[in-house]
Design a protein around this ligand. Sequence first.
Ligand code: AMP
Length: 274
Amino acid sequence: MQIATTVRHARAFFDVLPRPLGFVPTMGALHEGHLALVHRAREACASVAASVFVNPLQFGPGEDLEKYPRDPEADRAKLDAAGVDVLFLPAYEAMYPSHFSTYVDAGTIGTRYEGAMRPTHFRGVTTVVTKLLNVVRPEVMFLGQKDAQQTAVLRKMVADLDVPTRIEVVPTIREADGLAMSSRNLYLSHNERAAAPTLHGTLQALRTAMEGGKSKDEAIAEARTCLSPLAHLDYLDVVDANTFEPIEELAPPAFIIGAARFGATRLLDNLWLQ
Ligand code: AMP
């Protein structure tokens, strides 16, 4: 696996890779969820690129940027073993030189749910992904269903801005007890970790109640009781998968989405109705 730390070196590597090139952007602290994206890229593409960059632009003031888990050595070994050809590992200055001042607006989808809780988050995501796509120039970018709203924001961005990259979404990888794998799971205390799978249980209860004929409001009220009392629910809803507008029926393509805080740790999860 080749490693590039500057835009110029990265381009030199990417320009000569066999096509199609698949790309997996990450913030590191890699787990099986990230590696599922790499495996899918390896299956579908002649070459695979990955990036590890903890993007300050997508963290708000008071969020966990400083303490976000970092494990560069283990990340390199995992990506190498998974068959990545080139790893782009830029330093902060390589991505945001002094006087950097241009941002990509994340549009209406970026104002809802996660965007309402974290007002500058999606603008940070669309800006960094635009930069990464301009450096890597992949035919396909692989994203995790785990961050459902991010997939909708980036699909819209790629369509609106005529970006010549196709997006493929890979299903969420879970722990045996149903908890969606996430780098942030490392923050959970013993009790919070034990309570965390109830978020997935809440989403499943909502689906079951609506499939059983309950209205969305009734189903949400019933499903909320499945969440551990340790958790604070930020939102729970059913949305159109493309627009992230709330919908009243389980009409595919849709997501059942939820976010909850377990102590200081916010966890997201969703069910995808295709
Ligand atoms: P992150 O490092 O958290 O920015 O995630 C990088 C990519 O991995 C994103 O496309 C995520 O949606 C994806 N990802 C994270 N966790 C999972 C998971 N449990 N299953 C599948 N994909 C995931």
